[in-house]
Design a protein around this ligand. Structure first.
Ligand code: SF4
Length: 386
């Protein structure tokens, strides 16, 4: 299991070794709607730009009113941690993430860069056509950059590798549904984070060997089952803290977690249309809108499927997108009688403060949970909003 955590910590070394081994280019991407398959089909390694806890003494000069995830990403570039990257790409989404892309592209003009417009309103009658034409432009620019044509065969291969990867991650998430699940939330999150940094074909081989090992693990003693919602995070401190307090995050609805791999691409004759449909149809997050507000329904289905006892909503400070969307999320959780705890964080989790809050929340819900040995009292108030 440590290999996944190490992979996240040593992501730069991995990408550099990949570059040396294959002679290929590495492209950093910023937004979750980025169509990785097209870059992969061009022989490029797409890696998600993740923030990292490091004193941030560079980014405020360029970008000051954003969430800390974005500032940390810019800091990483300005400190030279991504010195090996050959290109950058981003997609229409959060304004702050766009700023990270723009500041980085402007500071490193030698890098290939490309911005893809994906409609904010994902279900409009013209959305698929607009997205498809944008993917076509991206494909042409990649062909120009790499000097090689992206054939249908290459796209088919990339789609197949990515779909296989999504199915493997879904198998791991399936294990989390079980009572006495064999996997901890921190372990699952490390796998998904590592996945976003690696060559998917290589990751698939690792996962194919690892999943049977996981399935053979003895079941764990049952813990309080939590769902994690909110802004993306790129570490597992919160999961580990919950585990130290007797709770297990059994499902998340994060862009850096389940939403990254939840839906597949359904192949069709026009590969770019298939990819447009896949990305427009991914689980929604607050950076996009749609006719039917799929996000609350998706959260509710996850809470049912994974038998959660409660939810944690962890929002990045200054993330106005999740701040705005919280209204519908809170409404849903209240209506469905799912206790939840909301708090704001920056990239570095304030450990002591968070521990006190989380412990108080768990102490409030624990007495009502009959699946935990020794607790049979019914707890009246089901909500804890601190
Ligand atoms: S955490 Fe919020 S503000 Fe920050 S990049 Fe994500 S969506 Fe944007």
């Amino acid at each position: 299991m440590n290999r996944f955590k190490n992979m996240v910590n040593e992501r730069h070394e991995y990408a550099k070794a990949w570059q040396k081994r294959t002679g290929g280019k590495v492209m950093g991407w910023f937004e979750p709607y980025f169509p990785e398959e097209i870059a992969y089909a061009a022989g490029v390694l797409p890696v998600r730009i993740l923030s990292r806890h490091e004193p941030n003494d560079t980014a405020d000069k360029w970008i000051y009113a954003s969430c800390y995830a974005v500032r940390d990403m810019v800091n990483q570039f300005l400190k030279g941690r991504y010195g090996y990257i050959d290109g950058l790409a981003s997609v229409e989404g959060c304004q702050w993430m766009y700023d990270a892309f723009e500041v980085t592209a402007n500071n490193f003009p030698h890098l290939f860069n490309h911005f893809i417009f994906v409609p904010d309103y994902t279900d409009a009658p013209t959305s698929v056509d607009v997205a498809r034409s944008e993917l076509d432009v991206f494909k042409s620019r990649l062909e120009e950059w790499t000097g090689q044509e992206i054939t249908n065969e290459a796209l088919d291969h990339a789609i197949d590798v990515y779909n296989t990867n999504r199915r493997l991650l879904r198998r791991i998430y399936e294990l989390r549904r079980a009572k006495n699940t064999v996997i901890l939330g921190s372990e699952a999150m490390n796998i998904v984070l590592a996945d976003q940094l690696m060559d998917k074909a290589e990751m698939n081989k690792i996962l194919e060997a690892f999943i049977p090992e996981l399935e053979d693990r003895p079941p764990r003693e049952d813990m309080i089952r939590l769902m994690l919602l909110g802004s993306e995070t790129f570490d597992t401190e919160l999961e580990e803290l919950a585990e130290s307090l007797g709770a297990n995050i059994v499902i998340d609805e994060l862009d850096s977690g389940s939403s990254y791999f939840w839906n597949e691409t359904y192949t069709q004759k026009d590969r770019l249309t298939a990819l447009s449909l896949r990305y427009l149809g991914r689980p929604h997050n607050p950076i996009k809108d749609n006719n039917w507000r799929r996000r609350p329904q998706h959260i509710f289905e996850l809470s049912e499927d994974y038998h959660v006892d409660g939810a944690i909503i962890a929002k990045q400070i200054y993330c106005h997108l999740h701040g705005t969307d919280n209204y519908v999320v809170w409404k849903l959780l209240r209506e469905r009688n799912i206790p939840f705890h909301f708090f704001e964080r920056d990239m570095t989790l304030p450990a002591e403060d968070t521990e006190v809050r989380l412990e108080a929340f768990l102490n409030m819900i624990r007495p009502g949970l009959t699946h935990l040995a020794g607790w049979h009292k019914v707890f009246g108030g089901r909500e804890a909003l601190i």
